[in-house]
Design a protein around this ligand. Structure first.
Ligand SMILES: [Zn+2]
Length: 352
């Protein structure tokens, strides 16, 4: 039995443990015969190990993960079962999107960023993994919000907008779950960057890697929103507008990437990283969404910043949010001050 069989067996076993607690709409996707077996299995392997080794301070276990056999574009956290699921349909739609980037990369290597030549995987695979991990970490953030100690009841939480009524609490929780995802993705990015050959290990490369991950999140929100950008809204819906979410994620990833000793002499800027991300979106995916996003940011920036700061102010009174729980669980460790500062940072305007 090789290692991948091993994790497939764990997947089947974990599903057997959780299935009895789920409502009938859920069914594990058996990826054994999928043409994307290795994508599914690699993702499951990462998630299984992450659940079981990375969160001892927060006492999250048990948490169950499965791919839901549905074509709806959804990822869900189910509190009663402590289960996280990403729908097969969403993952495969994301794969299709990122595979388009392969065609773009057929252009001469000299026109591509140098870092692409030094990566240990194709760029479109990296982007797919980043989007899938964002979905996982976002939903894990919701599971952490609802560990014992919360005063908020919750049954299921989806990553995309659904309820048109503005619910302050839900908006705060969504931004917190995004923060949690961005923080974790950024630590993977810095780790990845630090393992590149020395010739590629400079500030520009780090900016491009962060930009790729931002572009992944951007495309993922775009796919979840039915492949269009909603007109900007503030006090509406249960999730913040995609523009606000993307701006938040950039700020979070940049702040986190700055917090490491090996990057401390870099002057990473949100503006230039947003530029990298938007170029990828524009060149490879859809110029309209790029233009809409840019126009919204330029036109509505004061309100975006004000709304964002209002939501961040609400963080302080909710100790059960994932970011606040992480700070509390790490207080005896040295990065505490850094992380605390990172979490409490308000937005830096992108186009001031
Ligand atoms: Zn959510």
């Amino acid at each position: 039995m090789d290692q991948s069989d091993d994790y497939y067996d764990k997947y089947v076993e974990s599903w057997e443990q959780v299935r009895g607690t789920l409502r009938s709409g859920y069914r594990a996707y058996d990826y054994n015969y999928s043409p994307y077996f290795s994508d599914y299995n690699n993702l499951y392997t990462f998630i299984y190990d992450n659940i079981n080794t990375a969160w001892d301070n927060l006492k999250i276990k048990p948490v169950y993960f499965f791919f839901n056999d549905s074509d709806e574009l959804e990822a869900v956290a189910i509190s009663r079962s402590k289960a996280i699921t990403i729908n097969k349909g969403l993952l495969e739609r994301l794969m299709e999107f990122f595979n388009r980037y392969e065609a773009y990369l057929a252009r001469p290597a000299s026109t591509q960023p140098v870092v692409y030549r030094h990566l240990d995987m194709p760029v479109h695979s990296l982007m797919f993994q980043s989007a899938a991990l964002f979905l996982y970490y976002h939903e894990l953030g919701h599971i952490i919000q609802h560990l014992p100690g919360t005063d908020r009841s919750f049954s299921e939480s989806r990553i995309g907008t659904s309820d048109p009524t503005f619910i302050l609490e839900d908006n705060v929780m969504e931004l917190d779950a995004d923060d949690f995802a961005a923080y974790n993705i950024a630590s993977h990015v810095v780790d990845h960057w630090s393992r590149l050959p020395e010739v590629a290990r400079d500030q520009q490369t780090l900016e491009i890697l962060i930009g790729l991950n931002i572009a992944s999140a951007f495309i993922m929100f775009y796919v979840l929103s039915g492949e269009r950008l909603k007109p900007i809204y503030f006090e509406a819906y249960d999730h913040p507008h995609d523009t606000i979410r993307v701006v938040n994620i950039i700020g979070k990833m940049v702040e986190d990437a700055k917090g490491y000793r090996k990057t401390k002499n870099f002057t990473l800027s949100s503006q230039s990283i947003l530029g990298v991300a938007l170029r990828i979106v524009k060149d490879t995916f859809d110029e309209t969404i790029y233009n809409d996003f840019r126009a919204t940011l330029n036109r509505d920036q004061p309100q975006i910043v004000a709304h964002f700061n209002m939501l961040k102010n609400e963080y302080k009174t909710r100790s059960w949010l994932a970011g606040n729980r992480m700070i509390a669980s790490q207080k005896s460790r040295s990065p505490f001050a850094k992380i605390k500062q990172l979490w409490m940072n308000f937005i830096t305007p992108l186009f001031s």
